[in-house]
Structure formats: structure tokens, C-alpha cells
Design a protein around this ligand. Sequence first.
Ligand code: ADP
Length: 744
Amino acid sequence: MAMDRTFRIKVRMRRFRRQHPRIAFAIRSFMIFSATFGGAYGFVSGSRSENSGYDPNTFAVGASFLFALACLGLATLSMRLRFVNKRMRKLAAHNETLIDRNWELKEAEERARSLFEQQGDLIVLRDHQGRISFANDAYCALAGQGRNALVGTRFDFDVLEQGDSARESNGTRIHDQRITTPHGARWIAWREGYVRLDAGQPAELQSVGRDVTDRTETERALSDARDQADAANRAKSRFLAMASHEIRTPLNGMIGMGGLLLDTTLTPEQTTYARAVKTSGEALMALIEELLDYSKIEAGKLDLDQRPFALSTMIEEITELLAPRAQAKTLEIAAYVDERLPLEVVGDAARLRQVLLNLAGNAIKFTATGGVALIVEPGIWPNEISFLVRDTGIGIAPEARTRIFREFEQADERVARTYGGTGLGLAISERIVKRMGGRITLESEPGKGSTFDVAIPLAPSQSGAGQTAFPSPDLTGKSILLIADGIEASLIARRLERWGGQICLVSDGAVAEALLPERSWHAVLVDRAIGAAIADHLGEVARKHATQRLVLLTSSSRHEKFSASFTGFLIKPLRAASLAARLALTPEVASPELAPEPPAASPAGVVTAKGLSILVAEDNEINALLMRSLLTKLGHRVVIAVHGEAALESWLAASSAGTPYDLVLMDIQMPQLDGIEATKRIRTHEAAKGGHHTPILALTANTLVEDRYACFEAGMNGFLIKPLDRDKLDEALAGLAAARHLAV
Ligand code: ADP
């Protein structure tokens, strides 16, 4: 405190000296004078006094002491002076650098300011009461007023149009405004946020605006142009729709008249010409229909119906409609509607039929061998139904898979030339499906075939709830032998399995004949496609073993006669209801002997002198049956084991009895102990005993390389791929016999 006070007094005195140098000089002179005068006077009067005892010696000592003191004082003063001079020089240098810095700062500020002003952005700061505290040149120029006139006022531009405003995460508000200025209306994009310039002051609103008039106007012009183009496009589509509609009427007349002309007596030449007129007319009509449809959809004139319809009826109608076209190319066509689906759904049946007809029509068009299947299943979402159109045709290359859904696009120019078409079908189909709220997806492997999947939401119809189209027969525990090949056969088998039946599907007539005596069959279904003579023969053989013998006919061969040994026939493509009705019937002709018979004498030549003793490990009853009859037919002795554990036991028993098996056929997937594990155990036993090595062949439906490795690793000698037929089995056994022969 005391220090403080003295310091303050000192500062004040110094200030006083600076302010009043004359008064300070007078005071200082007066003080020096009075001190000198006082000293001299005291000294003189002291030395003159009577009783002073003046001693010249002492006087001389005193005088020299004082002189020394004065000299000391002078020396100290001179040192101080030098020190002060040094400080002065230092301060002068420092001062110079400060002046330089000051210049630099001024220049930098100038530069920053000019840069800031050159941006052309408007910058204005307002205090919490909305009064302008700063406005840059651009703002002043746009406002047409000087800065002094603006600062301190609540000036703002008049707003003509206010755009949407958005807020950034840091609180900055962004919005567009159209404002009036002395230079006309301008669009300004503002960014506004609060800034605190001085710690003690309330925050100020900083607005930075950029003139975006040109950009905004260009955008508006573009959007107007697009609207106009859209309108023009719609008008064009409407025109196209009208024109195609108008063209259809005279074209109809031409086609009709062509037909009538063909009914009259014509020379062969005339017939050719008239036919050409008619077919060209029909081709043109088809094209116009598509164009009309397309333009209708484009013009937004696609109104969808919402009416209940029966799913399976529609699908069966489609397959029946396309069947002649497929059969003309010797292709199969078949349909399957999943039982879990509602019988009736609500939607636009006509448009859905159009899409499916187009997809299935394409499937037939682009397939040379095999067939086309239409499969209807529940989709991935509730109430969604998935319509799969699968073919075994040429397939579609990956790069063409999105392109073909665009108008007038075809997968391949060369292909298009061979097959014809306009490339509109898929474009129309996709638009219809999208309009229904669904989607079309495509999976394809070039050379192998394609699958189009149409998934659309279709609600079940209320009126149809709880009904069933036809009573499905109860086939639980009943065996059915289906002798057929191809897409439809597997779909029929799937349906029969759904009804509870045990299905044995064979494609080979000889195998079927061997299987027939094995049990009493509830029904035997024979497809004529395997050959009319074989089919009739099978019907004859089946007489003894099956209650119902049905023959499947293609519609092209429906007028053919079939052997009287059949109890009925079904037309392909099959209707589920007809199949159900047929199978639910009580047998018309009860067969006299239904008990299984010992197998008929095997054809000569097939039976080897000594058949092999073979252990078959197979859990599927029907497959086991098939193996047994095939092998017995070939003259071998067969023992069946129904799981791995049983196979192992049987093998052990036979080995210890001294009659080991010549061969084991081992199914891979079995309950309890699978084929791989059972094989490993057999090999372990053999290794322990060091004796006979039994050949083991795997029976598998899997053709994966990893599975093959697993088989070999477990010690198997090979494998047979299911479904098995006589040739495959014969070949494998011949190979084995040769090996055995060599070993002997
Ligand atoms: P179009 O059949 O009249 O040419 P689409 O739009 O129906 O027109 O089909 C477009 C193209 O898609 C076809 O030209 C063909 O190249 C390809 N395509 C369609 N479906 C199939 C299919 N199932 N298999 C192979 N290619 C197909």
C-alpha cells in the first residue's frame, strides 16, 4: 500500500514537472540556491566566531574530506548519466521496430479490408435492438445510402418473396429473399448468425448476403422449360393414343375382309397373297395394340381395376392359352399355385394377365428346348404375391438386364432379328407392375434360362375368405408312381406331396416297370411324352398293382386313343382341380390282386451268373424301393438299411458271419449316423482287422466339389448322383465288377 502511494505521488510529481517546466525550474533553482547559501553562511559564521578554537590543521582535513565527498558525488552522477544514455539508445531502437510493425499492421488491415469489400457480399451487423452497427460498402451501395446515414438506424430492405429457411448445425440460418433495391428487385441468399465481438457486450446479429439473382432466374427458367416439355410429351402420348385408336378401326376392316376373301374360292396364288395381307395386317395390329397401350400408360391413363379374382383360374387360363404355342415348339408349359395363397385376391386381373402373358410369351419365344413354368408363391412381404416365370431358354446377358426394360430395347440385335418383336413388351409390363405397387426382377444365366419375378401386393378378397376352390384329396400314406420327365412332372410331384402322398418320380419306363410290383400303388400316372408304346405297356403292367391308372395327355394328342388298361386321362397343362378330382375318386376297377408279387423273371443277359450282395443304406423309403427293384432286376441280392447305424450293424454282422457284402451304396444324408460317418467307422474296423476292403459308393443329390472331397476323405470309392437310373447303376456296377475281376 505504502509503495503504491509513494509511486502514485512520484507519478504525479513527474507529471507536474512535465506540465509546468518553468515553475519546476524556479523551485529547483530556489532550493539549490538556499542550500548553497545556508551551507556557506553556516561555515563562514562558524569559522569567524571567537570561541570556535579554529585549528588550521583540522580545517585542512575537513576541507579535503568535503572535496573528496564532492568528487565521489560527481563520479556517481557521471556513471548514472552513462547508464541513462544507454537506456535511451535501447528505447529509441525499440521505438523504431514498433513504428515498423505499426506500418505492417496498417498495410495488412488495408489489404484485408479491400479483399473483404471486393467479395461483393453484403455484410451488416445489428445490435440486439436491430440497429445497424456496421455495414460494408456493398451493403451501402445496394441500399443507395452512405454508411453514416445507415449506422444507428433500423434500415432494412423490403421483402418481395421469402424462400424456405434452413438452420445449420452451428445455428447459422440460411434463407433466400427477393428484395427491392434502388437498382431493381434482387435475389439475396442470406447467412445469419450471432457473433460476440466484445466480451462485455451483448451478441450482435451478423448477416452476410450474396446476390444470386442470375442463378435463381436460370433455375426458374429451366424448371419452366421442363414443365413445358412434360406437357408436350403428354400431349404427344395423347396424340399417339388417339392416332393408334383411329388406325385400328380401318385395319380391323382390312383383316376381316382378308379373312372373308380367304373363305372364297381363290387360285393358289391368290390364296398366298390374301394370306400375306392378313398376316401382315395382324402383325401391324399387334404393333398398334402395343403402341396404344404404351402411350396410354405414358399419358397417365392407366386406371387399375380393384375386383376380386381367382388366382389359380387366371394362371391356368394363361397356361392353357399359351400351351398350343409351346407345344408347337415341343416345349412344356406348366403352372403351380402355392396352397398357402388365398383363393381370391383383389386387383386388376386383366392387367396382371397382360403382364404374365407377355413374360410367358417371351419365355416360349426365347426357348428352344425344355419348357416354361409359371409358379405363384407368397412374396417376402405380407399380402405380397410372387409370380415366377421360369424358362430354360437362351438367357439374358448381365449387361442387357436393365436395358431390356426400356422401350424399344432388345437384348441382342442378332437375337432380335431371329425372334422378331418390338421391344415394347417389357417396358409396358414394368410400368403396369410399378403402377400396381410392385416390382419385376430378373435372374438369368446366359444359355441356361431366365426367371422373371413379378412381386405385387394383392390383398385377399373378403368374400372369398374361407372357401376352397376344390376339395384337396387326402393322400396321406398313399404311394403314387409318377412316370414322367420335365418341368411339369416336378410340379405335379410337388403338388401331390402337398396333399400328403408318397411320390416316386421316375423318368425311365424300364425302371418304372421294375418298381410296379414292389407295392400296391394308390395311383400310377404315366406321361405319354415318354413314348406312346411304353406308356400303353406300362398301363397294362400296372393293372395288377395300382387302383388308378391315369395317362397324361398333351392337348395336341388328346384325340389319340390310349390303351383300355388306363382308368382315365388328364390333359396337360394340368389343372390342379382335375388332378384332385381324379385322385379322390374311388377306384372304378378294383384290381384283382394287389398283393406284391415276387419280381418277374429278369430279362436274360442282364442277370450275371452270380449277383453281388449289396447293402443299400437309404432312409427315404421310396428311394430305397427304387434301388431294390433296380438292383434286383439286374440280378443282385439287396439288403436295405434305413439309417447309418443300421448299415454299420448289418455290415459288421455280415463280415463276422464270413459273408461280407460285395458293395455298399451309402446315402450321404441320413438320420442318426450319416453316410460319411458310417463309412469312416467301417474303414476303421477294416483297418483294425486288416482284411477285406468293401467298396463303398456314395449316393448323393449334391454335386458340389466339397461334398465329393468329403466322400473321398471318408474312404469312399466313388459316388452315384441321384436321381439314379438303370444306366448309371449298370455302369457303376460294371466298373466295379471289372475291378474285382482284375483283383481275382
Ligand atoms: P420383344 O419381345 O417384343 O422384343 P420385350 O420388351 O418383351 O420385347 O423384350 C425385350 C428383349 O428382352 C427381347 O428382345 C429379348 O432380347 C429379351 N428377353 C425378354 N424375355 C426374355 C427371355 N425369357 N429370355 C431371353 N431373352 C428375353
